[in-house]
Design a protein around this ligand. Structure first.
Ligand SMILES: [Zn+2]
Length: 204
């Protein structure tokens, strides 16, 4: 396969790529605006409380490790090591919250209604259950939208009636949705409008 060196890529094409990326990310940010605004507020509160352990950028997502918060609001993914459920998986709390981030990307302005409200209801139910009955409710992750977030995050789901057994799911089968996926889709839509040389560079 013919190698393409950076200094041979036309400058105009580089500018075109950068503009496309910025445009797509701006549109995605606006699509997820309600939860993004809420995420900024939560981030500000956590920063004031100084409970951020680590800050990481994954694709366009800000992954924020906190002491005790697991919450996904658009581009702001808060997770905590204390939220990990499986000893066999590293950081399954983060994977779960990244699953919610995919839901946010899919649902856009409907995320808080479709996912936020049912999720919050489950949190309230879990708290009341514990307070009234005195022991933990183990079905929090077994219903919508938590099981969907697990699935999108690539977390192996325990089989029904056998919480110890782990059903291995092949990661490649998972619905892949990220900013890079969107950008590549965007390029494929532009194929008829791109010069042949530009498109062949992208496909190498
Ligand atoms: Zn969740």
């Amino acid at each position: 396969m013919k190698k393409v060196y950076a200094d041979r890529i036309p400058y105009k094409f580089l500018c075109f790529e950068m503009m496309n990326r910025k445009l797509i990310l701006t549109l995605v940010f606006l699509w997820e605006l309600p939860q993004n605004l809420l995420g900024i507020v939560v981030l500000a509160v956590i920063m004031v409380r100084k409970s951020i352990l680590k800050f990481e950028l994954k694709n366009h997502l800000f992954c924020i490790e906190t002491q005790n918060i697991g919450l996904s609001l658009g581009w702001f993914v808060f997770w905590t090591p204390s939220g990990n459920r499986f000893s066999s998986i590293e950081n399954d709390c983060l994977l779960h919250e990244l699953g919610h981030a995919k839901q946010s990307l899919m649902l856009g302005p409907f995320y808080l209604i479709v996912v936020g409200i049912p999720s919050l209801s489950r949190v309230v139910y879990r708290c009341l259950y514990r307070r009234i009955l005195g022991f933990a409710w183990n079905n929090y992750y077994n219903g919508f939208p938590e099981n969907w977030a697990d699935s999108l995050g690539g977390i192996p789901i325990p089989k029904k009636n056998n919480t110890k057994a782990i059903r291995n799911r092949v990661a490649s089968k998972h619905f892949h949705l990220s900013s890079d996926f969107l950008i590549n889709q965007f390029y494929s839509w532009q194929k008829p409008f791109l010069k042949k040389s530009q498109f062949s560079y992208r496909n190498q």
